[in-house]
Design a protein around this ligand. Structure first.
Ligand SMILES: [Zn+2]
Length: 189
């Protein structure tokens, strides 16, 4: 199991991609880069994070992206992971995934465990889907809006692995806080 704190303190000057550009392997860096590209599509918001996510079929070789999502992509202040599941549901209505298929979720920020809007947290979307084996994460959620995110603990209690992508934290946090006045002055709403 990765040491979470150790991963988080990985080099500040090593954005993902810096040592992987041009690689053709569909590895964890590759999929996190895809999630980051999604995050960059977000309309910046002062009152929310800009997050990207990709849902990957990890039962196939090579692994393939099934759906993508970014914050506020769909109506109703949607979250990136939530959009991935909405799109997957639309696909599944046409072409159901075999029961034994396992999926991995790559998200630039840890899934939310609480939403101020009262909507279903992404944590629960992941658990309820039932076929996610591992969640790969770019950065922890800052305590800007919700004091403490408990998603990682809860996911692990449900047997879902959580791993941080080494080196992804600085760039994922930078993109997530686009539109915020600064990481220190953002107000809790
Ligand atoms: Zn969420």
């Amino acid at each position: 199991m990765d040491n979470i704190e150790g991963q988080l303190s990985a080099s500040e000057n090593n954005p993902i991609g810096s040592n992987t550009i041009g690689h053709h392997h569909r590895d964890h860096d590759y999929f996190m880069e895809q999630a980051l590209e999604e995050a960059k599509k977000c309309t910046p918001s002062q009152t929310a994070f800009s997050v990207g996510a990709v849902l990957v079929n990890s039962s196939t070789d090579p692994h393939i992206v099934l759906t993508t999502g970014f914050s506020r992509e769909r109506e109703g202040n949607t979250h990136a992971e939530e959009v991935c599941f909405l799109k997957l549901q639309e696909q599944q209505d046409l072409l159901p995934l075999p029961q034994e298929t396992t999926l991995s979720l790559y998200t630039t920020m840890e899934p939310c465990s609480k939403r101020l809007s009262g909507k279903k947290p992404c944590l629960n979307h992941i658990i309820d889907f039932g076929q996610i084996s591992t969640v790969y994460i770019g950065t922890r959620e800052p305590s800007t809006f919700v004091a403490e995110n408990t998603a990682i603990d809860q996911l692990q209690k449900h047997g879902i692995g959580c791993k941080f992508i080494d080196g992804a934290q600085p760039i994922c946090l930078n993109v997530a806080t686009r539109g915020h006045a600064s990481s220190h002055s953002a107000t809790v709403v």
